[in-house]
Design a protein around this ligand. Structure first.
Ligand SMILES: NC(=O)c1ccc[n+]([C@@H]2O[C@H](COP(=O)([O-])OP(=O)(O)OC[C@H]3O[C@@H](n4cnc5c(N)ncnc54)[C@H](OP(=O)(O)O)[C@@H]3O)[C@@H](O)[C@H]2O)c1
Length: 277
């Protein structure tokens, strides 16, 4: 169903839409992952923190979809940061997902804790482990998540391999343009987590009126807008109908005027999560 992709700085193609799996297996276990694969998703975004890599590995195996058609992404959690720790965490993730390699591996947050005074050293060690796993061919692309420019600069100071992706909370009402512009200058693809603002922006009057104007659902409008801004999106949904409609976002084009308007809205729907606070 979805063929569009973004090309990363190393040439790897990252599907424009992935399936977000945070809390996706609560309740019905791996069924949601099987449904996502059946409804056309080939990119699954998980993290060791989500505690569902095992169920994802099972669902992927049962699907029979060839590994090379899938794009599997996971993340190293705060408590797993450090050189040896990252390598050990990656090995466990790979085992749980039942795969020889990952398509994308991200550092989930830049700091173990906001008050961690040693965060720069820890981050550099974590990145070194990521680089080595990449060079060993265990990961096709490496990147970060929830990194602001001052976090990225710590890595870029002595990185042999630059981060290829930064996954940020991004949705109408929270576009983090300072971080986005920094990533664009450094050829880092920005991905949107909580692209629907975890439902917090879905019913905002401004979103409803734009959805009506472009004759799409509010969710399609939010996702289509992000896609047209150049971000990959990883929405999560429980019902198959939503999984399907969330992939049908390529049939409308926002005017420049509407894009500027949306880019300049006051803040709405922020999760409250911040890497430094
Ligand atoms: N890197 C990070 O720190 C980080 C943080 C948070 C999330 N993430 C990733 O980003 C993914 C997506 O973010 P998210 O799960 O927080 O939020 P989201 O995708 O913005 O929103 C998911 C919520 O929207 C609802 N929904 C989905 N499609 C809908 C539709 N068409 N109409 C109405 N409601 C709809 C879902 O309900 P139902 O489930 O009931 O369908 C769910 O409650 C996560 O799953 C995870 O993979 C990453």
């Amino acid at each position: 169903m979805q063929q569009r992709a973004f090309q990363l700085q190393n040439g790897v193609l990252l599907p424009a839409i992935g399936f977000g799996t945070y809390k996706a297996t609560d309740g019905n276990g791996k069924q949601a992952i099987s449904d996502a694969l059946e409804t056309g998703y080939r990119y699954l975004d998980t993290a060791s923190f989500y505690g569902n890599e095992g169920e994802i590995g099972e669902a992927v195996k049962e699907s029979g979809i060839p590994r090379e058609e899938l794009f599997l992404a996971s993340k190293v959690w705060k408590t797993e940061m450090g050189y040896e720790e990252t390598k050990a965490a990656f090995a466990k993730t790979r085992e749980r997902l039942q795969t020889d390699y990952l398509d994308l591996y991200l550092i989930h947050w830049p700091k173990k804790a906001p008050e961690d005074e040693n965060w720069k050293v820890c981050l550099k060690e974590t990145w070194l482990a990521m680089e080595e796993l990449y060079e060993e061919g265990r990961i096709r692309a490496i990147g970060v998540s929830n990194f602001l420019p001052h976090h990225l600069e710590v890595i870029l100071e002595d990185a042999r391999i630059k981060p290829m992706v930064n996954q940020l909370e991004l949705h109408v009402g929270y576009l983090q343009m300072a971080a986005v512009n920094y990533c664009r200058e450094h050829d880092i693809l920005v991905q949107a987590w909580s692209p629907l603002g975890r439902r917090r922006v879905l019913e905002e009057p401004v979103v409803l009126s734009f959805a009506e104007k472009y004759q799409v659902t509010p969710a399609q409008f939010l996702l289509g807008f992000l896609h047209q801004e150049g971000f990959s999106v990883i929405p999560k949904a429980s019902a198959r109908e939503r999984m399907i409609s969330n992939q049908q976002i390529f049939g409308f084009t926002l005017s420049e005027e509407d894009k500027y308007f949306l880019e300049c809205l006051p803040q709405m729907g922020w999760s409250g999560e911040h890497p430094d606070l």
